[in-house]
Ligand binder design. Structure first.
Ligand code: ASP
Ligand code: MG
Length: 420
């Protein structure tokens, strides 16, 4: 049994669906559990719909029609099955009705309910198309399977219950493929929850863990994992093999290739992970495995560059210029947790505390406003956070040469820079 995961970045249009089908033809007689994200940028569109509703108290027909037409046009371009079109129209009617009835004040609760439709739509359309193309497949609504707590938008998985459900629902002699959704789940009361943005990778990992998969394969727009983002550094190199530990570190520091929570469960069972190209299925890609044979937990030991743009550095000091104490930090951290803001880097001095975070246009203004009622707050926008794993003087020169550096942090394996 293998797990395949396909993300929204490679599910853009009908050609991608046709490519998917010809790729899956090669595995027709194997047992696969296939995890899909929402189609290209659809999650962000659903977020827009929700954010406009919450900030301007209106239902944005333009955004809604964009999402609806995207799906309807896609169906029309791949097959002519009236029933599927009718089902999709029904789903959009129910989204419209949700908004018409009025959403509750609980943003995160409503977020999970609305944004989940992205994965439900993509997986349903693809499952119907695969059945139409004579694949022997079953469609599973993963919300009935992966059960979480009720921390909406960042839910924690109840592993025991979810593993039992996965084994019951996703494996059977009666079908070869099980088609399901990444990212979405539900709490014990049946309310929709989600596992965090880009969380479909994590779903594939949970399922891989549950069924003791032979391998979990992430099909991507790139050929595998490089030592930098190929779109930002054209001379970067493909890494054929990587240790779990190195992969965990890189994901933690913000390498875009896999969601940070993905690696650990698979590492625990030593299940190999493969990242490979959706476009050139013959390439080997990158294998993430237990590389004890190399005598290094952090293999490969070459400079690896991770760049996070759109960062904001927020410096917080007490209004009376007294020291920033544990008492102040508790207040700052509870606000970060309240607004679900992840700290990418922090630094403290005697009278100030700074956090570097992604400048989310909805969360950050609220956070800063609230902070200002308790502290003096200064901030710097449009920054980049550069992380270099296995740094040396040459790699540092390459990345930060002549740029204005606001913060430098170095440890044995990792150097980090906040730059303008
Ligand atoms: N569709 C979700 C997102 O874009 C989950 C995922 O793609 O992994 O964040
Ligand atoms: Mg995605």
């Amino acid at each position: 049994m293998k797990i395949f995961k396909f993300g929204g970045g490679i599910l853009r249009n009908k050609d991608d669906i046709f490519r998917l089908v010809s790729l899956l033809k090669k595995y027709e007689n194997q047992k696969l559990i296939i995890v899909f994200s929402a189609f290209y940028k659809i999650t962000s569109k659903f977020e827009d719909l929700l954010n406009i509703y919450f900030s301007e108290n209106k239902f944005d027909w333009i955004v809604f029609n964009y999402i609806k037409n995207f799906h309807l046009n896609l169906i029309k371009s791949i097959f002519e099955i009236k029933d599927v079109e009718i089902s999709i129209n029904k789903i959009f009617k129910s989204i419209e009705n949700d908004f018409k009835k009025g959403l509750s004040d609980n943003y995160h609760f409503e977020y999970d309910k609305i944004v989940s439709y992205g994965e439900l739509l993509s997986s349903f359309i693809i499952a119907e198309y695969l059945k139409n193309q004579k694949f022997n497949c079953k469609y599973v609504d993963i919300r009935n399977v992966i059960i979480t707590d009720s921390v909406h938008t960042e839910a924690k998985v109840n592993w025991d219950v979810s593993i039992k459900n996965i084994i019951k629902s996703c494996i059977s002699d009666n079908f070869n493929f099980c088609v399901t959704q990444g990212f979405i789940s539900s709490d014990k009361n049946g309310n929709a929850t989600t596992l965090g943005r880009e969380g479909s990778d994590f779903t594939a990992s949970i399922i891989g863990f549950a069924v003791n998969a032979k391998e979990v394969v992430f099909w991507k727009e790139v050929n595998g994992i490089y030592n930098a983002d190929p779109s930002e550094m054209p001379d970067c190199k493909l890494i054929p093999e990587m240790s779990y530990k190195e992969a965990v570190e890189q994901a933690y520091y913000g390498a875009k290739i896999l969601h940070p929570k993905t690696i650990k469960p698979l590492q625990n069972k030593k299940i190999p992970i493969r990242v490979k190209s959706f476009y050139e299925g013959n390439e080997e890609g990158t294998r993430i495995i237990d590389i004890s044979k190399f005598n290094s937990n952090f293999y490969p030991n070459i400079p690896i560059f991770i760049i996070k743009d759109n960062q904001i550095l927020i410096s917080i000091s007490s209004k009376d210029f007294s020291f920033i104490t544990e008492h102040n930090l508790v207040k700052i951290y509870s606000l970060l947790s309240k607004y679900l803001i992840k700290v990418n880097l922090m630094e403290s001095s005697a009278i100030s505390f700074s956090v570097c975070v992604t400048n989310d246009k909805f969360k950050i203004p609220k956070f800063i406003n609230k902070l200002k009622s308790m502290f003096n707050v200064l901030f710097n926008k449009n920054l980049s956070l550069i992380t270099i794993r296995h740094y040396n003087s040459e790699s540092i020169k390459k990345m930060v040469n002549k740029k204005e550096v606001l913060i430098i942090q170095k440890s044995r394996h990792t150097a980090r820079f906040v730059i303008k």
